[in-house]
Design a protein around this ligand. Structure first.
Ligand code: FAD
Ligand code: DHB
Length: 395
């Protein structure tokens, strides 16, 4: 088998890159080690920045998003007894959409299986080779158990945090890694309950952070901060709803309860690995970086990476110019560090650290002061709004 760009991983990064290249006349093959049902059911992010929505529309996969996505023009920030609305449209002229990552992935997969290029599920033993030459290869075992080799001009590792690509780049380049593991996790639920709020609510509470989000007019998505040692089995539905009510409730207003259809605990870390390239192997999305979810940046950053990378690969493969691929890692990293800072800032402002983990009331007072500053200052609100809705993509 031969293609121009061999892409490892059918998450949002790999699938969208393949689509961006396809519409610009570049061939690719996407290799995914899970099956289609698993990839489509993986519940993850829910907020799309303006540039993400525009990119999906531009490549012809925005129709269902335009029909079913929920357009949000702001968020609520809350401390006990006080909820303040931030109007993103007025603050910075940009907005966001609520549309689950599962739906983005389903739309991209359906389009790709319909129109190409090839997308192979259930492959194993995926391994890039010769990436420091102009003829890299990927070897793998296909779904029928047959050993295969894919010859490429370029290999892209869009294989997430636990993929095979990043270790190769790090080993070959002696790359540098920055990491911060936070002393808390998110317990997330999906519930068949109409959201009791128009916009998302991000709430600081002495018991810990809580977030009210949604997927549709009849499905709520909610999160509570928990200790990383907590086990999901110890959180009955009743206990989760009680914690949400305690942290999100206001006088005369409460969370809408309903059957919980999914619940899981998600650890939180910041992680940046550089460089994002070795020879003809490029990294994109979670393969190169992780942000804590508080700023809703993970998926959007993956989209920004591949938007940049697609332009660079088209220039390399159609015009034989290396300037954009040479600049890719440094250019992408500027946005990655901006999003890493914003996600860290939102996380630090909104999550309480237990006394056992070294937190104290001094931290709480600083957090409350920072939140009150955002409540009171249009300049502080605008800074949050510009980052949350997504800064323009540098090309
Ligand atoms: P991924 O979505 O991880 O895709 C990588 C793909 O590569 C996967 O399909 C994987 O199966 C495949 N793969 C891995 N190894 C191989 C291999 N060896 N061979 C072939 N294929 C391979 N972000 C937010 O903004 N908000 C959230 O609420 C949020 N929640 C999250 C919850 C969880 C549990 C996780 C893990 C992430 C969450 N994120 C969230 C982050 C966001 O979902 C990611 O940033 C986004 O999925 C990144 O897309 P990606 O395509 O780079 O990586
Ligand atoms: C969702 C996830 C986030 O990380 C966030 O900041 C906002 C919303 C969500 O899953 O809906």
């Amino acid at each position: 088998m031969r293609t121009q760009v061999g892409i490892i991983g059918a998450g949002p990064a790999g699938l969208l890159l393949s689509r961006l290249l396809h519409v610009q006349g570049i061939d690719s093959v996407v290799l995914e080690n899970r099956d289609r049902a698993y990839v489509e059911a993986r519940i993850r992010a829910g907020i799309l920045e303006s540039h993400t929505v525009q990119t999906l529309r531009d490549v012809g996969v925005g129709d269902r998003l335009d029909r079913e996505g929920l357009h949000h023009t702001g968020i609520h920030l809350q401390i006990p007894g006080e909820r303040v609305h931030l109007d993103f449209e007025a603050l910075c002229g940009r907005t966001v959409w609520v549309y689950g990552q599962t739906e983005v992935v389903k739309d991209l997969i359906a389009t790709q299986l319909d129109e190409g290029p090839p997308l192979l599920f259930c492959v194993t033993d995926v391994q890039p080779h010769d990436v420091d030459t102009d003829s890299p290869r990927i070897t793998f075992t296909d779904a029928d158990g047959v050993a295969q080799e894919l010859q490429c001009d370029v290999v892209v590792g869009a294989d997430g945090f636990h993929g095979v690509s990043r270790p190769l780049v790090t080993a070959a380049t002696g790359g540098k890694v920055w990491e911060r593991v936070y002393p808390f996790s998110w317990l997330g639920i999906l519930a068949d309950a109409a959201p009791a709020t128009d916009d998302l609510v991000y709430a600081w509470h002495p018991d810990g952070f809580a977030l009210y989000s949604m997927r549709s007019p009849s499905v709520s998505r909610l999160y509570v901060q928990v200790d990383p040692t907590e086990k999901i089995e110890d959180w009955s539905d009743e206990r989760i709803w009680d914690a949400l009510d305690e942290r999100l409730g206001l006088s005369g207003w409460s969370v809408n309860r309903g059957p919980i259809t999914e619940k899981s605990i998600l650890p939180m870390r910041s992680f940046v690995s550089t460089p994002m390239r070795h020879g003809r192997l490029f990294l994109a999305g979670d393969a190169a970086h992780i942000v804590p979810p508080t700023g809703a940046k993970g998926l959007n950053l993956a989209v920004a990476d591949v938007t940049l990378l697609a332009t660079a690969l088209v220039r390399l493969l159609q015009e034989k110019e290396t300037d954009l691929v040479d600049a890719y890692s440094d250019t992408a990293l500027r946005r990655i560090w901006r999003c890493t800072h914003f996600s860290w800032w939102m996380t630090s402002m909104l999550h309480t650290v237990s006394a056992a983990q070294g937190g104290d009331d001094f931290d709480h007072q600083l957090q409350l002061s920072q939140l009150r500053r955002v409540f009171a200052s249009e300049a502080a609100q605008r800074e949050l709004a510009e980052n949350y809705t997504g800064l323009p993509i540098e090309r």
